[in-house]
Write a protein that binds this ligand. Structure first.
Ligand code: ERO
Length: 331
């Protein structure tokens, strides 16, 4: 009933964690891989080549309807996540990359394909994060369309080279083709949606976008203490939680209109209940990722979302996700 597809790959449910949430350590990834929870996919914390400590604490705070973070990309490094994912085999696995330079991203892509060739690691896809709002001195690539195009040109050249090598290797066939996606920042201006879509459309091999990353850079103030609530960057950080849902839905829907079924969309932002999932899918999302609410409730959230979504679908007489995906009505 909840089957969905990214490119040709079928997922039993549309649920996945947002990269960064519940996916930093092998223990957390192991929990996401547990059959007790109905997410059919998981993604690791955005990684750099080497281990990174990230920004000083406190660097994440959550409130009723929002979260703010300036984690600064703490992660255990690409090899750790490749190794961790190779031991998890219940669900589909994505690896998220957020190198601090193009070269670092290329080196990590090389490491993934080498691993695939040598160890035959079965991962489903790569999400290249073009939208980290919290690394001091590093602007979000997704806001610089020329830079984004140059980045993707080089990245897809690299992927193409490896895939040609794999095709010559009899152990591999088209079933081993990884899903390739990018994680985008939120856009707010219609002309920016169009510029971003014009870049994305150039890349045939791009299978999905994840939209949106946290809304950078917000500032949460505590009146009592007359202070900011996180330490890095004088309190500025990426916002998540239900307050960002309208921005997330706008991004999902606009990209659905601009990209059609050529590039699938993982909707991310403001999902706290089944109705939010329904709205993301109605706006055009094929899968939905959960960030702040997963941090608050743990992986049990996926099961709550599933039963609430099924209840809405039953009430409306929808049997499958494809019955309402992208069918948002305009007045
Ligand atoms: O600070 C982070 O590690 C981080 N926080 C976000 O909200 N989004 C990110 O993409 C990210 C780092 C890649």
């Amino acid at each position: 009933m909840l089957n969905t597809k990214i490119k040709g790959t079928t997922f039993n449910t549309p649920f996945i964690n947002a990269s960064g949430c519940w996916c930093y350590s092998h223990n957390e990834l192991e929990e996401l891989n547990d059959k007790r929870y109905c997410n059919d996919a998981l993604i690791s914390k955005s990684s750099t080549f080497q281990i990174r400590d990230g920004n000083p604490e406190p660097r994440y705070k959550e409130f009723d309807n929002l979260s703010i973070n300036s984690m600064g990309l703490p992660n255990y490094g690409i090899k750790y996540y490749l190794n961790s994912l190779s031991n998890l085999n219940e669900k589909r696995k994505f690896i998220s990359l957020s190198g601090l330079s193009l070269n670092e991203n290329l080196n990590m892509i090389n490491a993934i394909y080498e691993d695939l060739l040598i160890n035959e690691t079965q991962i489903s896809g790569i999400e290249i994060n073009l939208s980290c709002p919290n690394v001091i001195g590093k602007p979000q690539i997704g806001y610089d369309f020329l830079e984004m195009e140059m980045y993707l040109d080089k990245i897809f050249d690299n992927i193409n080279t490896f895939e040609n090598r794999i095709k010559d290797n009899t152990k591999f066939n088209n079933n081993n083709e990884l899903l390739i996606g990018v994680k985008l920042p939120p856009y707010f201006d219609m002309s920016h949606f169009e510029s971003a879509a014009a870049v994305l459309r150039k890349f045939e091999r791009l299978n999905f976008i994840t939209s949106i990353n946290s809304v950078g850079n917000g500032l949460v103030i505590d009146t009592n203490s007359e202070s900011v609530v996180i330490k890095p960057k004088n309190g500025f950080g990426g916002l998540g939680g239900s307050i960002i849902k309208p921005t997330a839905l706008a991004n999902v829907h606009k990209f659905y209109q601009l990209l059609g079924d050529k590039i699938d969309i993982i909707g991310c932002g403001g999902v706290t209940n089944g109705e939010d999932v329904f709205q993301h899918i109605l706006a055009g999302a094929s899968m939905v990722s959960i960030g702040t609410e997963l941090m608050k409730k743990g992986p049990q959230i996926f099961n709550n979302l599933q039963s609430e979504l099924i209840e809405i679908m039953n009430h409306k007489g929808y049997k499958y996700i494809k019955d309402f995906r992208g069918k948002l009505k305009h007045l």
